[in-house]
Design a protein around this ligand. Structure first.
Ligand SMILES: Nc1nc2c(ncn2[C@@H]2O[C@H](COP(=O)(O)OP(=O)(O)OP(=O)(O)O)[C@@H](O)[C@H]2O)c(=O)[nH]1
Ligand SMILES: [Mg+2]
Length: 439
């Protein structure tokens, strides 16, 4: 049997994280870098390249199984995980139909042990060996998946949250559990059939028992192999998640839905998150990069936050909070006081105060968007509370939080000032991360 190692590369690209479970990810096209005049900054969304090892066995590929030492190391992983990137190391999963057809083909090629003269004995020996080979061909990839899809408790909390919020609570474990029970079933049925075949009394009986055994194992695999296909889709979804570098400062655009976060992201970078005039256009974490003076930073566009308690938040909002909680982000908070976005300025004030308090340790810039639409007097919704006289809120509704930069993407107002502030913010964030590392 010839065994050749090869590397296959798979290109990754950022995608919205909230595609329903197991739906094939649609890849976005790459975006080129753009230049910012003045401070020589470039913001761009990058493709990430992933390299995975396979062994080619008999003209088909199987994922390389890691050695025992590596497995033990993973089991001993510490409680607090400080690295991300597990999704890029997931094993390649083959479609169940490919696994079974390749296994059947290989098993049927297995001959009897040489030197058995008796025809019946030879046939019994061949049958038992073919069933055993079939079992091994099926079990090797399944075991590889079970061992190399990480246990959630060994993941960084950010990745744990991504799994929960994008695949649904418990789905990851459920699918791995189904793969494991398929593996056990294959082992038990194939062993039983092989032993039956070995006990045959004639050549004919051995042939019949072999054929029945092969058919039986094949049927089981075809019936329950959808666990493998589900795992394949999980791997695709997870691998397509934005790649994050925890040591790089990240600018995170936050605010209520429809306030202009993605429009600003498009201006600050050459990334092209979708912009529409309705809430929750952005349905996942979009990760890109900003290069300022040859230093590379990350930028994420996030789904909007509504005024409500955490237990009522949808998974999109929870994704935004997961980014802020687990990644080293500097926040660019966007306020829309024009009355156009659907969330009243007073509600935005409440959301803002909560987020500001909760993430008070983050570096921060406030931006009032759509200033081309701003009026002299504050916009008050008919649903607003009566205590609007509250001074802070009055001030907020007129000009946003103290120090906020007023910008208009439409009329190109305030954008240069914003870019300069973003630059300074990210440089400070870099220093903050370095200081934290040194302490
Ligand atoms: N007049 C005006 N409209 C703007 C400006 N910036 C954004 N908009 C519009 O506001 C709407 C929402 O913009 P988005 O950038 O998609 O807002 P978002 O915050 O990313 O929205 P979600 O992803 O749904 O949370 C779009 O119709 C934009 O064209 C601006 O400066 N002036
Ligand atoms: Mg958006």
């Amino acid at each position: 049997m010839s065994r050749t190692s090869c590397n296959l590369s798979q290109q990754l690209w950022q995608m919205p994280l909230t595609k329903p479970l197991l739906r094939t990810a649609s890849l976005r096209t790459g975006l080129l870098s753009g230049l910012r005049t003045g401070s020589c900054s470039v913001m761009c969304f990058f493709r990430e390249v992933q390299t995975i090892s396979y062994a080619v066995v008999d003209a088909s590929y199987i994922p390389v199984t890691r050695n025992a030492a590596e497995t033990v190391k993973k089991e001993d992983a510490p409680g607090s995980i400080e690295t991300v990137g597990a999704f890029q190391k997931l094993p390649m999963v083959m479609p169940s139909i490919d696994i079974i057809s390749s296994a059947m083909r290989k098993a049927k090629r297995v001959g009897p042990t040489k030197g058995i003269a008796n025809i019946a004995k030879r046939e019994k020996n061949k049958g038992a060996k073919q069933l055993d080979a079939l079992m091994k061909e099926l079990v090797v990839p399944l075991r590889d998946y079970i061992e190399n899809f990480p246990n959630k408790k060994h993941l960084h909390p950010y990745e744990r949250d991504l799994i929960k919020l994008t695949l649904g609570d418990g789905n990851y474990e459920e699918v791995l559990g189904r793969v494991n029970s398929l593996k056990k079933k294959v082992v038990s049925v194939a062993k039983e059939r092989a032993s039956l075949c070995a006990k045959s009394l004639s050549k004919r009986e051995a042939v019949e028992r072999l054929n029945e055994g092969l058919k039986n194992v094949e049927e089981i695999f075809k019936l329950e192999g959808n666990a493998v296909d589900d795992l394949l889709n999980i791997a695709k979804t997870l691998r397509a998640m934005p790649v994050v570098d925890l040591e790089r400062p990240t600018l995170c655009l936050v605010g209520a839905p429809n306030v202009g976060k993605s429009s600003l992201c498009r201006i600050l970078s050459t990334g092209k998150p979708e912009v529409c005039n309705y809430p929750f256009t952005t349905r996942g974490i979009l990760m890109g990069h900003i290069i300022i003076n040859c230093e590379r930073f990350q930028v994420t566009d996030t789904p909007g936050l509504l005024r409500r308690h955490d237990e009522d938040r949808n998974n999109l909002e929870k994704l935004t909070l997961a980014v802020l909680t687990h990644l080293p982000t500097a926040i660019l908070y966007v306020h829309d006081l024009s009355g156009e976005c659907g969330t009243s300025p007073s509600d935005q004030f409440v959301i803002y105060k909560e987020i500001r308090e909760r993430f008070s340790d983050h570096l921060w810039i406030d931006v009032v968007s759509k200033c081309d639409l701003l009026r002299q007097s504050p916009v008050i919704f008919s649903t607003d509370d009566v205590d609007l006289d509250y001074l802070d809120m009055r001030n907020y509704m007129t000009a946003g939080p103290d120090g906020a930069i007023c910008v208009s993407v439409k009329n190109e107002i305030g954008l240069d000032q914003l870019k300069d502030r973003v630059h300074d913010l990210l440089v400070s964030q870099l220093e903050k991360i370095k200081n934290q590392e040194n302490n």
